[in-house]
Design a protein around this ligand. Structure first.
Ligand code: S3P
Length: 170
């Protein structure tokens, strides 16, 4: 494991980007975000990639990216798309990449945060259906996030700087 990188994982809306940017600033590391890197590489939004090429294609892009970051990323905070740790292969790369921190938020807070989201293809559809989908995804993903993580941080309603301090102390 590289000990100079932090890797943030967790469900959509867990605050990986916000916390990641603050953590990078506090530690003087570079901030990277897998979604943003893929958007830049493809010159398409995440919604458009899913629509044009399908989810599997997006997941392959994630795997290639995380594999490459294992070689290239040093002194970075890397925020990962919520679905990235679902592939077993990716979990191996994450461990190699750095200290993996799972930002854990409860379902009620996740629902609140994602209520009006239009940027995430997996949250499209009628509200009630989306709610059930989120519930099922959290149940399915939580054990895999835990398996991938070196540290689990409950973020709940804590302030960003408190979460950052907790991560640094771990
Ligand atoms: C996804 C999470 C998104 C993005 C894509 C799929 C997921 O990233 O990669 O919409 O499967 O949970 P964020 O977790 O940064 O929202």
């Amino acid at each position: 494991m590289k000990d100079n990188n932090y890797v943030l994982i967790g469900y959509m809306g867990a605050g990986k980007t916000t916390v990641g940017k603050a953590l990078a600033k506090e530690t003087g590391k570079k901030f990277l975000d897998t979604d943003s890197l893929i958007v830049k590489q493809m010159n398409l939004s995440i919604n458009d990639i899913f629509e044009k090429y399908g989810e599997d294609y997006f997941r392959d892009l994630e795997t290639k990216l995380i594999m490459n970051l294992c070689e290239s990323a040093n002194d970075c905070v890397i925020s990962c798309g919520g679905g990235l740790p679902m592939r077993e292969e990716n979990r191996t790369y994450l461990k190699r990449l750095g200290k993996v921190v799972y930002l854990n938020v409860n379902e009620t807070d996740i629902l609140k945060r994602l209520k009006n989201d239009t940027t995430r293809p997996l949250l499209r559809g009628p509200k009630e259906e989306v709610k059930i989908r989120i519930h099922d995804m959290i149940e399915k993903r939580d054990p895999l996030y835990r398996e991938a993580a070196d540290v689990v941080i409950k973020t709940g309603r804590h302030k960003v700087n408190e979460v950052v301090s907790k991560i640094i102390k771990e």
